[in-house]
Design a protein around this ligand. Structure first.
Ligand code: SAM
Length: 327
């Protein structure tokens, strides 16, 4: 089987697939309040089109797919798509990133559809603060979604918290306790300058080194590993089962281990989160390209994968918000 290796020797075996650019929350650092740039439904890849693209990637050695967005649960019939993707030969790890607002309704169906792992974004455990960060979100829905995911049998469940100075950095310890209590894995993420919203939020940027040092005053952290842990560097809280991942795109980038590409809802293959290099797959799919032609186009695109993002050096560079790229 051909495999996808980029010019820097990195094997590409992971696709993050955005199934919508819309979201039922408006986190202030992600989608602008009055955002008008959403794709029209006719530009969205249909389920059969998504299946064709993912089959091509699977034939090229990709084994891992993460469904993301926007908020994936706002796309109709998502469990059906998950079922179809998990049935593709070669795909052996299907996971989902969600804000969990609608997870209580869908958790069981997603589990039955072979979604094996779930990541939930949660920046605050305080209902008022959560509402403020997400522009109106209801924390109790997210908590119900999390409990439903646990009851449905998902394990591990990872909580993703973007830690922002002056916004939620005083909640780090509480989040640790919450995750110990519920047997969740916790990952802290640094704010990235994606789009105007992300760039504005950089005022709240906090290096996770600071967070780690703060935690070390309360907890003994020992180096840990997490299978499928991606770019996070994991520490275990001694005396507990809790693993904490630190995702540090700004303070310590991890591009040399990058093994992924992203597909947006309109079928754009983005080769790097922080660069504009891309391949438009939708015209190929809709203009009659066959399976081999799609595979060839993907191989040629991977040959153009940038070495690294430049969030630090050129924070003004990225125009796409995370919700468009597929976070
Ligand atoms: N809706 C799903 C969710 O909430 O996980 C998936 C998409 S969301 C865009 C993916 C992740 O991107 C979330 O954890 C969110 O906090 C993060 N994100 C969005 N904009 C960001 C930024 N500028 N810097 C860091 N993380 C960001």
């Amino acid at each position: 089987m051909t495999s996808l290796t980029d010019p820097f020797g990195r094997k590409i075996e992971y696709v993050r697939l955005s199934v919508t650019d819309r979201c039922d929350l408006r986190c202030f650092y992600c989608i602008p309040q009055q955002f008008k740039g959403f794709e029209e439904p006719e530009q969205w890849l249909s389920f059969p089109e998504i299946e064709r693209v993912i089959t091509a990637f699977a034939d090229l050695g990709v084994e891992k797919i993460r469904i993301t967005g926007g908020e994936p649960l706002v796309r109709k019939n998502l469990p059906e798509l998950a079922q179809r993707l998990s049935a593709i030969a070669g795909i052996n790890d299907l996971s989902l990133s969600t804000n969990a607002v609608q997870l209580a309704r869908h958790a069981k169906a997603l589990h039955l559809a072979n979604v094996s792992r779930i990541n939930v974004s949660l920046d605050s455990l305080d209902p008022q603060r959560f509402k403020h960060i997400t522009n109106g979100g209801k924390l109790d829905k997210v908590l119900s979604g999390l409990m439903a995911a646990k009851a449905a049998g998902f394990h591990p469940i990872k909580i993703n918290m973007v830690v922002m100075r002056g916004v939620n950095d005083d909640e780090v310890q509480e989040m640790v306790n919450f995750c110990i209590q519920h047997d969740f894995t916790l990952r802290f993420i640094e704010t990235m300058p994606m789009g105007d919203t992300g760039r504005d939020a950089i005022n709240h940027y906090l290096s996770l080194d600071v967070v780690k040092r703060q935690l070390q005053q309360q907890f003994e952290l020992i180096p840990g590993v997490m299978p499928g842990g991606g770019p996070a560097r994991y520490m275990q809280v001694a005396g507990t089962d809790l693993k904490i991942g630190f995702i540090t795109p700004i303070s310590q980038h991890f591009c040399e281990t990058c093994n992924r590409v992203r597909i947006s809802v309109d079928g754009t293959l983005y080769l790097c989160l922080g660069q504009d290099d891309k391949l438009e797959l939708r015209p190929l799919l809709r203009d009659g390209a066959d399976h081999e032609a799609i595979k060839q186009a993907i191989i040629e695109a991977i040959a153009r994968k940038p070495e690294r993002h430049e969030f630090r050096e050129k924070p003004e560079q990225v125009v796409r918000i995370m919700s468009i790229t597929g976070g």
